[in-house]
Design a protein around this ligand. Structure first.
Ligand code: SF4
Length: 610
C-alpha cells in the first residue's frame, strides 16, 4: 500500500512561503485507481512530485510521511529512492513530446528502463521492449522500435511513455494528466489501455486530472483538492451521484453538456486563493454559496460522511446560521429568436493552401491543402461549432475568415459577410469588414502585448477600426466594455500579467467587443481554463449573444461545450466538412461513421450530477 500521512510541502516563492500541500492524507492499494482532481494550483501535481521526491529546487517536504509497503520514502537515501522511482512507482506526464528524449530511438529508451530495473540485458531487453510496444498497441513494433520520437504521432508517443513507465514492472503508476494533450479518439484508446493494463497487472494507479469525465470512467475512488487540501474523498460512483462538499456540487454543475442547454452553468464566484496567505477558517468560504457565520473563523476538518466517504465542511460537522449569499446559478434571460433569412456569414467552397518548403528537385507535393473546400452558413444570434481533431483544418478556416492568413496562404472560395465577399475587399471596405468580425484565441495572454496596460490593449482596436471616436468617447467606451465583461473599472490601469486566466479571457472578449462586431470567431476560448472559469466565460458569451444578437463561429474539440452552447455543428476531417446540421440532429443521430466515432470517444460522467 502507498500511504500519504499528513504530508506538508512548502515552496519558497517571491511572494513568500507557499504551502502547496497542507496536511494531505491518502492511501492507494494495488489494483486500485485513485483519482486526484481539482482546478489549477490546488496541489495535485505537487503531490505527485512529492511522492516521487522530484520537488522543484525551491520546494521541500515540511512534515508528514509517504510510506510504500512500510518504507518511509521521505527519509530514504537518494540511492535507494532511485530504485523506487521507475522500479516500484512509475510516472507518466501530460506532454509526451517533452518527456521522451528526442535524439534517442524509442526502443533504446524502453531498454534503458528495462536494464535499470530488471535482470534482462542486451538482446533479451530489446525483445522485451518490442513486446512492450506491442502490448501498448504500437503497430509493427519490430520496425517502430528503431524510430525516433518525431516519427510517432502524439498518441503513439504517449503509448511509448506508458511502455517506458511499465517496462520496469512497477507496482504503482502515477499518471499526471495523461490524456490532456491528446484528441478525444486517441484519449479513449489510451484510457482503455490504462484500464486493461491496470487490471492485468494489478497496478495501483494515482490518476491526476482536472477532467471529471475521464475520472468517472476510470477511477474507483476520487479525492477532490482545493487550495492544498483534500476537501472530499469518496468512492467514484458516490462522488458523482451524491457529492457533499459545496465546491464539489458546484464543480459538477459547472460542467457544460447537452442536459444544461438553455440554462446557465453554475458560476463559482472568485478564484482559488493564493497559497502564501494564511487561512483562519474554511479556504472555500469567500466563494461558497452555503457559507455560515462561523465558516470564516473555523477551519473544517475531514469528517466521515459514510463508509470511505469524508468531507471537509462545517455544514456536516458544525451546522449553523447561513449567511445571505448570491445564488451560484443566476436566472438567464429568454433566448433571442434564432436567425433566419439571409445568413450573416455564407462561406462557399473555402480552400486554404500553404506552400511547403521543399528542396529544389523535390518530386512530391509542393503545397498542403489545410482546408479543401468548406461551405457553411451562420445566421445572426446563432452559434456554429466547427469540431474535429487536431489538424482537421478548423482553426485555419476560422483564421481565414478573420483575414489572418492573407500573407501566409493561398485562399480561394468566397466568404460573404452580409452579402459582401470578404476575400475581395480592400481599403475602407476591408477596415469595415474587420470591424464586423473579431476573434478570441485560446491563450489570451499570448495574444496581448504584455507591455501595454489593459486600457491600451482595448483602445488599440478602437483607434484602428473606429477612427470617428475621439479620446473622450473612447474612454467612455472602455468603461462600458469592462462593465459588460464583469471586470472592475480599475482593471483598465493594470497590466495583463496581473490577471488570472479567466480574467484575461474576459479582457480578450472586451477587446473583441470594443469595435461592436457582428460575428466573433471563438478559437478554443475555454480549453486552457478550469471548469469553474470555463462556466463563467460560457455564461458571459451566451449573455452577450442574447443582448447583442452576436453570431459565434465556435472552434473547439470539446464536445461537452458544443452540446451546451452550439445551435449548429459542422464536423471537419482532413480539411473537409464530413457532416453538418443542427446540434440536436448531429449529436443525436450522426450519419457519418467518423462523427459517431468522435462522439463515442468522448468520456462522459457515468451518472448525471444532481
Ligand atoms: Fe462552505 Fe462553510 Fe462548508 Fe466552507 S465550511 S464549504 S464555507 S459551508
Amino acid at each position: 500500500m502507498l500511504e500519504v500521512d499528513d504530508l506538508h510541502v512548502q515552496l519558497d516563492a517571491d511572494a513568500g512561503l507557499v504551502r502547496a500541500i497542507d496536511g494531505m492524507q491518502l492511501t492507494l492499494s494495488r489494483g486500485e485507481t485513485f483519482a486526484l482532481v481539482g482546478e489549477s494550483g490546488c496541489g495535485k501535481s505537487m503531490t505527485a512530485l512529492a511522492l516521487m521526491r522530484l520537488l522543484p529546487e525551491n520546494g521541500r517536504v515540511a512534515g508528514g510521511a509517504v510510506r510504500l509497503d512500510g518504507d518511509n520514502l521521505t527519509a530514504l537515501p537518494e540511492r535507494r529512492m532511485r530504485d523506487v522511482r521507475g522500479g516500484r512507482i512509475s510516472m507518466i506526464f501530460q506532454e509526451p513530446s517533452t518527456s521522451l528524449n528526442p535524439v534517442m530511438r524509442v526502443g533504446d529508451q524502453i531498454v534503458e528502463a528495462i536494464e535499470a530495473h530488471t535482470e534482462l540485458r542486451g538482446a533479451a531487453a530489446r525483445a522485451k521492449a518490442i513486446d512492450w510496444l506491442r502490448r501498448v498497441g504500437i503497430p509493427e513494433p519490430e520496425r517502430r522500435v528503431d524510430d525516433y520520437p518525431f516519427r510517432l504521432s502524439g498518441g503513439q508517443k504517449q503509448r511509448v511513455m506508458i511502455a517506458i513507465a511499465l517496462a520496469a514492472e512497477p507496482d504503482y503508476l502515477i499518471a499526471d494528466e495523461p490524456t490532456t494533450a491528446l484528441d478525444v479518439t486517441i484519449q479513449a484508446q489510451i484510457l482503455d489501455l490504462l484500464r486493461d493494463l491496470q487490471r492485468e497487472r494489478r497496478l495501483g494507479v494515482l490518476l491526476i486530472t482536472h477532467d471529471l469525465a475521464v475520472v468517472s470512467g476510470l477511477a474507483h475512488r476520487v479525492a477532490l483538492m482545493y487550495a492544498g487540501q483534500i476537501i472530499e474523498v469518496a468512492p467514484a460512483v458516490e462522488f458523482f451521484t451524491q457529492p457533499r462538499h459545496p465546491y464539489a456540487r458546484l464543480l459538477l454543475q459547472a460542467l457544460p453538456d447537452a442536459s444544461r442547454r438553455g440554462e446557465p452553468l453554475a458560476a463559482i464566484r472568485g478564484t482559488v486563493p493564493p497559497l502564501w496567505q494564511s487561512f483562519a477558517g474554511c479556504r472555500f468560504e469567500p466563494r461558497c454559496d452555503k457559507a455560515m457565520r462561523h465558516c470564516a473563523g473555523t477551519p473544517p476538518m475531514l469528517t466521515d460522511e459514510g463508509p470511505r466517504h469524508q468531507v471537509r465542511c462545517l455544514l456536516f460537522s458544525q451546522p449553523g446560521e447561513a449567511l445571505p449569499g448570491e445564488p451560484a446559478i443566476a436566472a438567464m434571460p429568454a433566448p433571442a429568436p434564432a436567425g433566419s433569412g439571409v445568413p450573416l456569414l455564407d462561406v462557399r467552397d473555402l480552400r486554404v493552401r500553404f506552400a511547403l518548403k521543399t528542396p529544389l528537385f523535390h518530386r512530391g507535393p509542393r503545397h498542403f491543402d489545410a482546408v479543401a473546400g468548406v461551405s457553411y452558413q451562420l445566421h445572426a444570434g446563432r452559434t456554429l461549432a466547427l469540431v474535429g481533431e487536431s489538424g482537421c483544418g478548423k482553426t485555419t478556416s476560422g483564421k481565414a475568415i478573420v483575414q489572418l492568413l492573407r500573407r501566409q496562404a493561398q485562399i480561394s472560395g468566397q466568404a460573404l459577410l452580409a452579402g459582401r465577399d470578404l476575400f475581395s475587399l480592400s481599403g475602407a471596405a476591408l477596415v469595415d469588414a474587420r470591424r464586423s468580425i473579431q476573434i478570441i484565441f485560446q491563450d489570451p495572454f499570448a495574444s496581448m502585448n504584455p507591455r501595454m496596460r489593459v486600457a491600451d490593449v482595448l483602445e488599440e482596436g478602437l483607434i484602428a477600426l473606429r477612427p470617428e471616436l475621439d479620446a473622450a468617447a473612447r474612454r467612455e467606451r472602455l468603461n462600458v466594455l469592462v462593465d459588460q465583461v464583469g471586470l472592475r473599472r480599475d482593471a483598465l490601469q493594470r497590466w495583463p500579467h496581473e490577471f488570472s486566466g479567466g480574467q484575461r479571457q474576459r479582457i480578450a472578449i472586451a477587446r473583441a467587443l470594443a469595435v461592436e462586431p457582428r460575428l466573433i470567431v471563438c478559437d478554443e476560448p475555454t480549453s486552457a481554463l478550469d471548469v469553474s472559469v470555463q462556466a463563467q466565460i460560457l455564461n458571459l458569451l451566451r449573455e452577450l449573444q442574447r443582448e447583442r444578437g452576436l453570431a459565434y463561429l465556435f472552434i473547439t474539440h470539446n464536445i461537452g461545450v458544443v452540446e451546451y452552447i452550439a445551435d449548429d455543428i459542422a464536423v471537419m476531417q482532413g480539411g473537409r466538412i464530413v457532416e453538418s446540421g443542427t446540434c440536436m440532429d448531429v449529436l443525436g443521430q450522426a450519419r457519418e461513421a467518423y462523427t459517431r466515432r468522435l462522439l463515442a470517444a468522448v468520456p462522459r460522467l457515468q451518472s448525471p450530477a444532481p
